[in-house]
Ligand binder design. Structure first.
Ligand SMILES: [Cu+2]
Length: 87
């Protein structure tokens, strides 16, 4: 994360995104941290961003510039969902 860029963390633990819903301001860099031993992905439902495979103990980050509601899921565990509310 660059200097002065606001950031927010999401922990991926036990196949779930913690917290599954967060609110951030435009320009926030959201950082997902895979705490599990299995790989996950962070894939936008609309395809606007995609981490690819995030291995154990690896992070992925994406900066949300625009307001909106961005829903995402894990391509490996399709029951795992999350939502970034940028407002
Ligand atoms: Cu997963």
């Amino acid at each position: 994360v660059g200097e002065g860029i606001p950031s927010a963390d999401i922990q991926i633990t036990n196949n779930s995104f913690q917290s599954p819903v967060i609110k951030v301001a435009p320009g926030t860099e959201v950082i997902w941290v895979n705490n599990d031993l299995t790989p996950h992905t962070v894939t936008a439902d609309d395809g606007s961003f995609d981490s690819g495979v995030i291995n154990a103990n690896v992070v992925f980050s994406h900066r949300f510039q625009n307001k909106g509601i961005f829903r995402y899921h894990c391509e490996i565990h399709l029951h795992s969902h999350g939502e970034i509310v940028v407002e």
